[in-house]
Design a protein around this ligand. Structure first.
Ligand code: HEC
Length: 426
């Protein structure tokens, strides 16, 4: 069984790699212009954030607005700082939902545009403007319900980091409903600066607890594969566990949680749970000034499982995280590695046909790296030893993984389906 898993999974990985390796980087001698070549890239990968009223500092909707930022744009895209998406491209699974990252070809186009003197080009080449719904908007589209506290919480101008647990009123939900996607986002201007994270749980009328979602700076939506979901019971309340952080001015802040439901009465075949996986506590031991400290953690799968998504969680000194599967046979395969950027806690959702299918007895091995040197721009103090702690200035090492368990029979069936789809790599 194990060998077949490997075969099936590697085939997916190989296919994905082959596609990206095949990208051309040669943009030729033709004049690269904004209207014809650059604007379509900005529309797809930048404008969701770079427009008035959205979260980024400047608009990239037009030539006039973009032109003054050309140098900075060149640098940010060439270094893959922008768009925010930090999956390493030379290792692990490469197919993700809603991946805004640029191909080598697109980066080369932007670089050539800047180096060639930022030509405007023919206005007739400009693609029609991309349509956006109002800001305030949910990246996944409108939710079916919006959860909020009755009043925002006011973070004082000066205060130590602050953790609190707080509950909403019972939700206006009269029936049990399954969620197919859920997103959390800060509600008011400045809220994204004072809320470091907000983990939400559902508390049912009979006091049963279930994980709902996690918001952290810069995070996107959790989307579950068709036929899988998470249950909210009628009359549940939502409990927030929040980490707030003062920023020198009094800031009212709330975090909205928006679920999208399956139709009434629909029960998905599998329930997705969010594993808080591979935690390390006492073993986080980062010397002052060290630029490559490493921590290892594990998460054991007792049943066959399918992994939906991967969301590294590290703090200021975090540099990189990898997750690998140690199969019961002892063979090891890297699933994903991501660079860490403290400003962006991204949830990477695998495309369904490459979501890792792992046999019972697989051990997920999480490896985190930290940069405690002064080269790390998020490092508040390279002179300190760092261990585990809740404050952003302490460290953590875990990953959130959306996972659902399946039976042995279903595992075999899913494997067969994948093999039929990808072919075998014999
Ligand atoms: C998910 C939202 C998002 C997307 C998508 C995005 N950006 Fe950004 N961008 C930001 C935010 C927020 C900042 C400011 C904070 C930071 O630098 O992380 C920023 C900063 C920048 C800066 C630095 C501005 C400065 O102060 O010098 C540049 C340049 C930039 N983005 C270009 C791009 C380009 C080009 C794309 C598309 C290829 C893009 N961004 C996609 C959100 C985004």
């Amino acid at each position: 069984m194990t060998t077949r898993t490997l075969a099936s999974l590697s085939t997916g990985v190989l296919l994905a790699l082959a596609t990206s390796a095949g990208a051309q980087t040669d943009v030729g001698d033709a004049e690269v212009t904004f209207t014809r070549d650059v604007a379509p890239i900005f529309q797809r990968s930048c404008q969701s954030c770079h427009r008035v009223g959205s979260i980024a500092p400047m608009s990239l909707l037009t030539y006039e607005k973009s032109r003054p930022w050309a140098r900075s744009i060149r640098q940010k895209v060439a270094q893959r700082d922008m768009p925010p998406w930090y999956i390493e491209r030379n290792i692990g699974i490469q197919k993700f939902l809603d991946d805004p990252s640029l191909s080598e070809q697109e980066i080369a186009t932007i670089v050539a545009w800047v180096d060639g003197g930022t030509r405007r080009g023919n206005p007739a080449d400009m693609p029609p403007p991309r349509e956006f719904a109002e800001f305030d908007d949910w990246q996944m589209g409108e939710p079916d319900l919006v959860v909020a506290l009755p009043e925002p919480i006011v973070v004082p101008a000066e205060a130590p980091d602050w953790w609190l647990n707080i509950e909403t009123e019972p939700l206006a939900l009269t029936e049990d409903r399954y969620i197919k996607a859920v997103e959390s986002r800060p509600s008011l201007p400045g809220a994204d600066k004072v809320v470091h994270h907000a983990v939400t749980y559902m508390v049912s009328p009979d006091d049963e607890r279930g994980f709902l979602n996690e918001y952290a700076v810069g995070k996107n939506a959790d989307v579950f594969p068709e036929g899988t979901g998470r249950l909210i019971k009628a009359g549940s309340r939502v409990r927030y566990n929040r980490h707030m952080h003062a920023i020198g001015e009094e800031t009212p802040a709330d975090v909205l949680v928006g679920p999208k439901f399956y139709p009434k009465g629909y029960t998905p075949e599998h329930v997705v749970f969010a594993a808080h996986a591979g935690d390390s506590y006492d073993t986080i031991d980062i010397p002052a000034g060290e630029d490559n400290a490493r921590v290892d953690g594990y998460y054991f799968l007792r049943e066959p499982a399918q992994v939906v998504s991967f969301q590294p969680h590290l703090h200021n000194r975090g540099k990189r995280q990898c997750v690998e599967a140690i199969y019961p046979s002892g063979m090891v395969e890297t699933l994903s590695c991501a660079q860490h950027n403290f400003a962006w806690m991204l949830n990477y959702t695998y495309e369904e046909d490459v979501q890792p299918l792992l046999p019972a007895g697989t051990n997920l091995h999480l490896i985190s790296w930290y940069d405690n040197s002064e080269a790390n721009r998020y490092n508040p103090d390279p002179n300190n030893w760092i261990g585990f702690g809740n404050r952003s200035n302490d460290e953590m090492s875990h990953t959130w993984m959306n996972i659902f368990y399946i039976s042995e029979e279903e595992f075999d069936r899913r494997l067969e389906e994948r093999r039929a789809k990808h072919g075998t790599n014999q």
